[in-house]
Every structure is written in structure tokens, then in C-alpha cells.
Design a protein around this ligand. Structure first.
Ligand SMILES: *Cc1c(COP(=O)(O)O)cnc(C)c1O
Length: 583
């Protein structure tokens, strides 16, 4: 299986000298960051999910991709950085049998991915204790610091309010904090990637208080150095835990009675949502796009609405962009060596990109895509090859309701006629979360709609087991990608960033990070009803297909997209925004 995995980031060219790093820090910050961050006082990023298969950790979606990209950007820019995350000994996969998704599991050993054993730690429960391995892998200025044990399970195993989930979160928070101390590090700042990592902040608070600091001083100190990044829109959707679960799994790991009391006070009617104490222990709070930071509806324990600073997600560009396109951006004064838009002539230089260059680069991307597709199979178990001269649309996302993967199939005849008229193919890649029977059935229905229509059967390919390899491949080789979240429900999304970086035409509703910029910068799907949106989607698919045969239109849209979004897409921009917010 592993030889199918492509290395997503083979050609790191980290900044070469100390002067380079200083220049980057100066370019992004008013102050010299080297005084605040150092190898033994790093930026510590806690996450329950990481998506970095080349390093053995498979995630579930955007939250994990973001964490992996943060580390890659830190490595490239020589920011001292620790990613604290579980190493899951099991991972889930999907395959198709008779047009039905079947889940299966594989076992993963950290030693196969260059991790080394550091030490053992213990997490307590009311009745017993669990021994976990601390393992690490250093990569430049960054490192993975992981906790793991054979029964840790897989990502998101168990219901979201379950004992096992709480155990995983406790092990990551308290265990990860112990791990940090074992390897001799003190956090300069702690970033909590969603509330599942809350216990890292509790571990820090508990350490300060039990080593003699006044409780209120310790709270102030922890608050000042903790950033909570929210990815969810509605607080009510968050799982709750019971007091008895905390007695079993959480309190045994806290030394200070003051900290236990503080945490107990956050329960209402015997239950707790982790966001409630998280917003109290993190003075810094961010949302992942402008729209999301504005609309995320969270309240503190007094009922006051929480303000989130927006730091829109970015991607590690060298991981997700065709190397030929990256070189093109460097050589044509579009990106600088930090992967930020190059000054002073960025817009002018983008405007000089020609349709011929775009088509040639896309052709190279299509070849890469086909190489990867040769190792994968469609819903019938057959490999897929997209002809070089065909237009390719793609929809690649987790199959969750709000992303509406079925929307383009609302009118199968209409879709078939568009694909046939433009000699176009359509790749649908996704995975249904285990236990999501609604989406499981919707996917099966969709596959039967495709099966019944001979044109769709020839031109629509469903690829199961969606992962980062497919995500990358499709961004490289598709002409146009389709992104249809119900407006207001996507926190940011990053797939669309991979598509724009690779000179694809984005067809999207105006949501998530896409809505950071006005809607006339890409092929927008608007409409008051789903039927209207669907009509717009079909119209924009025709616009996109036509544009690939019209130099003026192709240049117009690619220039618009790149000028509007390259800065947002750049993971360096994201790191700069976080560093500026944190320090
Ligand atoms: C990029 C990527 C994502 C992010 O997807 P969004 O739907 O844009 O949030 C999720 N999963 C994989 C495998 C990816 O490569």
C-alpha cells in the first residue's frame, strides 16, 4: 500500500541562513521574533487530527490538512514549531463493493515512518492508569511530538461525547504536555486547534499552580499565551460530557484543587461543552475565514457573544502546487522566495500569464493526475484515465450533507448533455464518515443515477477512499472544480485553494474563505433557492468549459483568481497572521 503514496513535499528549500530567517521575521513583524521563539521555547500547536500520510498520520479532512500545512510552513520558514498530536495505531479506509462503500482498517506502526521512541508516560483514570509511548520525529525547525498506545484507536473512533473520545482528548492534552517537558521544551505559545485539545491548556495551568504560582496569576498567564482556533459555527452542535466522565478521566490527572474547582464550576446541570472553559483559558481566539469569524455563534459562560479574530486558513503552497507552476510563479515575479505575492509588480506580472502557458502547465498536471489514477479504481473497480484533450470537472470533498455533493446530479440529463457537448469528464471523490447513514444512502443513490444513464456512466467517475493523494492529483489535473457548500456553513475550506493555486477555474457558492474576496473573482453560484443555485451551477460549468477554448476568457478568469486569492492561499501569509496575532 505504501508504495502508492506519493511524497507530497519532496523539494523543501528551507531558508538558508540566519539572515534569511531574520529577514522573514522582519518582513512579517514589527518586532524581532527570534527573541520570543527559540528552539527550546517553540510555538506549540495542539491538534487531535493531522493529515500527513507521508509521515504516517492519516486525518479525516480539512482540520488535519491545516495542521500538517502549519508544520510544513513552519519548517520551510524555520519557525521553531512543535505539532502535538496522537499517532493513531489504526486508520480507516473505504472501498466499493456493488456500489456500496465498505469500511476497513489497517494497522500503522510509527517506526515505519521515521518516528523514534522517547519515553513512556501515564494517564490516570479514577480506577486505573494507562501507559502511553511518547514518540517524535524532527524535521528541520519543526517536530512531531506524539502520544500513542496500542488501544488508542483511530481518529474519531466512538461517538463524539463518548468515554473513548474523552480519553483520547485527555491523553493528547495532559500526555502531550508531559511529553513536551520530557523533551525539555517550554511552550512560548499554545495554539489549540479546536476544543478537543483543551486539556493542553489545563495541563499548563495545573503545572503553574502546582509549582507555586498564585491561581489567578496562573490563569492570566495561561490566557495570555493560549490561542483557541475555532472551526465550527454553532456551539450547540458541540458534544457534551457529563460530570461523572470528568471524575473518571479528567480530574485524576489534575494536581491542584483550585484548578479542579475552576473546571467544576464550568458545568451546567451536570454537563459541559469544552468550548465554555476553552474561551476562558484562551484570551486569543480565532476563526478560519472572515465570514466564519463574523458568524460563529459562541457565548461565554455569562452569555456574552465571543469575538473571533479572523485568520483565514492557507495551504503550504510547495506541497499542493505542481512544481512546474511554482517555478513559473517564481520566475515570473509572481511569488517571492517566502511564497508571498512578489512585490512590487505582482498584479502586473499575473496579468502577463498567457492562455498558452496555462494550457501547457495544465497538460503537465493532467499527466500527473493520470499517473495517480492508474493506481486507483472507480466505483466499478476499474482504473480511470482522463483523455488529454478532455475537459475535467471535479468535486472532491468529504461527503457531508452541507457540502451537497449531489447538487450537480439534480438534473442528470442536463449534466449528461453538458459533459457530452464539451467532451468533459467529471470526477467525484469523497468519503462518507463511518456511521453517517444519510450520506451513505445518498451516495448509493447517486451511484445508481450514474449507473442508469449511459452518458454519465461513461463520463462520471467516483473514486472512493478520498485522501490527500487524490486531493492533490485532482487539483493538478482538473480544469474546473465544483464547491457547493450551503452558504454560511463552510468555515473556510482549503480544497478550492489547491485548485486556484494550480490554475483551475473555481465554480463555487460564496462561502467560507472564498467569501474573503468579492464574488466577481471566480465563477460564482448564486441563487435564492437550491433550484436557482443548481441552474447557476450548470450555467457556470458551460462558462468554464467554453473558457478553456477561448484565450481571452481563460486569461481573464485565471488572472482574476490569482490576483484576488494568491495572498490568501499562501500558508506563509497564514503563519505571518498568526505570528502577528500571537506576539
Ligand atoms: C484539502 C483536503 C481537504 C480539505 O477539504 P475542504 O473540503 O476544502 O475543507 C480534506 N481532505 C483532503 C484529503 C484534502 O486533501
Amino acid at each position: 500500500m505504501d508504495d502508492q503514496i506519493i511524497n507530497l513535499s519532496p523539494d523543501f528549500q528551507p531558508l538558508e541562513s540566519v539572515e534569511d530567517v531574520e529577514e522573514f521575521y522582519q518582513a512579517i513583524s514589527r518586532e524581532k521574533l527570534t527573541h520570543k521563539l527559540s528552539p527550546d521555547r517553540p510555538y506549540c500547536y495542539w491538534t487531535i487530527e493531522t493529515y500527513d500520510k507521508a509521515n504516517g498520520i492519516r486525518g479525516g479532512g480539512g482540520l488535519g490538512v491545516l495542521a500538517a500545512d502549519m508544520r510544513r510552513v513552519a519548517e520551510q520558514l524555520q519557525v521553531p514549531f512543535v505539532l502535538v498530536t496522537p499517532f493513531y495505531p489504526w486508520e480507516s479506509h473505504q472501498k466499493m463493493v456493488n456500489l456500496e462503500q465498505i469500511d476497513y482498517h489497517t494497522e500503522i506502526n510509527y517506526r515505519d515512518f521515521g518516528f523514534s521512541f522517547v519515553d513512556k508516560i501515564r494517564i490516570k483514570t479514577a480506577t486505573t492508569s494507562v501507559e502511553l509511548d511518547v514518540v517524535e520525529k524532527k524535521m528541520g525547525s519543526s517536530r512531531f511530538l506524539c502520544v500513542t498506545e496500542p488501544n488508542f484507536g483511530e481518529l474519531y473512533s466512538g461517538e463524539s461525547g463518548s468515554d473513548h473520545r474523552l480519553y483520547q482528548e485527555v491523553a493528547l492534552g495532559f500526555g502531550g504536555y508531559q511529553a513536551l517537558k520530557i523533551v525539555g521544551l517550554r511552550p512560548a505559545v499554545i495554539q489549540l486547534n479546536e476544543v478537543a485539545t483543551f486539556f493542553a491548556a489545563v495541563a499548563r495551568l495545573d503545572e503553574l499552580v502546582s509549582s507555586g504560582m498564585d491561581f489567578y496569576e496562573a490563569v492570566v498567564y495561561t490566557r495570555k499565551h493560549t490561542l483557541y482556533t475555532n472551526h465550527t459555527l454553532v456551539q450547540a452542535a458541540e458534544a457534551t460530557f457529563h460530570y461523572s466522565q470528568f471524575e473518571q478521566y479528567v480530574f485524576p490527572n489534575i494536581k491542584s484543587t483550585a484548578v479542579k474547582r475552576w473546571l467544576s464550576d464550568k458545568f451546567t446541570d451536570g454537563t459541559i461543552r469544552l468550548s465554555t472553559p476553552t474561551v476562558e483559558i484562551a484570551e486569543l481566539r480565532s476563526g478560519v475565514s472572515k465570514l466564519h469569524a463574523r458568524v460563529a455563534n459562541y457565548r461565554d459562560i455569562n452569555g456574552t457573544k465571543i469575538k473571533f479574530k479572523s485568520v483565514t486558513n492557507g495551504i503550504h503552497m510547495r506541497t499542493w502546487t505542481l512544481p512546474e507552476i511554482m517555478n513559473y510563479y517564481y520566475e515570473h515575479g509572481i511569488l517571492d522566495r517566502f511564497d508571498l505575492p512578489a512585490t512590487p509588480n505582482f498584479e502586473e506580472n499575473v496579468s502577463k500569464i498567457t492562455a498558452d502557458d496555462i494550457r501547457e502547465l495544465k497538460m503537465t498536471g493532467r499527466k500527473r493526475l493520470n499517473e495517480i489514477l492508474a493506481n486507483r479504481t472507480d466505483q466499478y473497480g476499474n482504473p480511470v484515465h482522463i483523455p488529454e484533450n478532455a475537459i475535467l470537472f471535479d468535486f472532491k470533498r468529504r461527503f457531508v450533507d452541507y457540502k451537497r455533493p449531489w447538487l450537480p446530479f439534480s438534473n442528470p440529463e442536463r449534466l449528461a448533455s453538458i459533459l457530452e457537448k464539451h467532451n468533459a469528464h467529471y470526477i467525484l471523490a469523497g468519503r462518507v464518515h463511518m456511521g453517517d447513514t444519510t450520506m451513505f444512502n445518498k451516495l448509493m443513490d447517486l451511484l445508481h443515477v450514474i449507473d442508469r444513464n449511459p452518458i454519465l456512466k461513461e463520463r462520471v467517475h467516483y473514486l472512493p477512499d478520498y485522501d490527500e493523494e487524490l486531493g492533490l492529483a485532482l487539483s493538478l489535473g482538473a480544469n474546473s472544480s465544483i464547491n457547493t457548500p450551503i452558504v454560511g456553513l463552510e468555515a473556510c475550506g482549503t480544497s478550492w485553494m489547491k485548485d486556484i493555486a494550480n490554475m483551475g477555474l473555481l465554480i463555487s457558492t460564496h462561502d467560507g474563505g472564498v467569501a474573503d474576496m468579492p464574488a466577481d473573482n471566480y465563477l460564482t453560484i448564486s441563487g435564492k433557492t437550491e433550484a436557482e443555485e443548481c441552474e447557476e451551477l450548470y450555467r457556470q460549468m458551460e462558462v468554464a468549459a467554453d473558457a478553456w477554448n477561448n484565450d481571452f476568457d481563460l486569461e481573464y478568469w485565471i488572472h482574476k483568481e490569482l490576483i484576488a486569492y494568491l495572498d490568501i492561499i499562501s500558508g506563509t501569509r497564514m503563519m505571518r497572521d498568526y505570528l502577528n496575532y500571537l506576539f
